[in-house]
Design a protein around this ligand. Structure first.
Ligand code: MG
Length: 201
């Protein structure tokens, strides 16, 4: 029986659309593509999620590495968090599960300052029974330590849990612990997938 529902944040509870933020500052599609690859796809960005550098350190590093993109980097760092907007239908599911007595959790690769801002902005954060965010444990999904941190911190039985994420490799790592998984995409009927696991929703 499933008692615990674990949610990813990016593209499960919050849309993550860096390109839409960049479109406010440039119409150059090629520049936007290379920017997202160079910045969001960089190891430095991952280190932000890992909590080993600060946002300002990362911004200054990117400016020194890509001086020709300085203005766009500064604009992006000032506004990228605005591209994280609620996926309301999934937040509604989380709220419903909470009301029905399921334990709900967040397991996310995310950085501290934006997390603190979003936590104060959206009420669903106060409903969850627990969370592990990569910056606080210095470990990123799919590394095993971040899953262990969640399971041990809240005494979660893996087999009585389901994890909803939008990346298969992240779910594959969860499966190794015995956690049930749902691969989420916008075309997935999340309620139906939960019902297949006998979750009452
Ligand atoms: Mg995600």
């Amino acid at each position: 029986m499933i008692d615990n529902i674990i949610f990813d944040l990016g593209n499960v509870l919050l849309h993550y659309k860096p390109k839409e933020v960049l479109l406010r500052f440039t119409q150059d599609a090629h520049l936007i593509d290379s920017f997202v690859k160079d910045i969001n796809g960089s190891n430095t960005w991952l280190e932000l999620d890992r909590g080993t550098i600060t946002i300002n350190e990362a911004r200054d590093y990117f400016v020194s590495f890509y001086p020709e993109k300085k203005e766009l980097i500064l604009q992006y760092f000032a506004h990228w968090i605005e591209g994280l907007t609620p996926i309301q239908e999934n937040i509604d599911i989380l709220k419903e599960l909470h009301e029905k007595g399921y334990k709900t959790y967040i397991l996310s690769n995310f950085m501290q300052e934006p997390y603190d801002i979003l936590k104060n902005k959206h009420d669903f954060f106060s409903l969850v029974d627990g969370k592990v965010i990569s910056y606080e444990v210095h470990s990123l999904k799919p590394e095993k330590e971040i899953y262990q941190a969640l399971l041990s911190r809240y005494n979660i039985v893996p087999e009585a849990s389901v994890f909803i994420d939008d990346h298969q490799n992240v779910l594959d790592a969860a499966k190794k612990f015995g956690i049930n998984t749902i691969l989420y995409h916008p075309e997935v009927d999340l309620r139906e997938e939960l019902r297949k696991l006998n979750v009452s929703i």
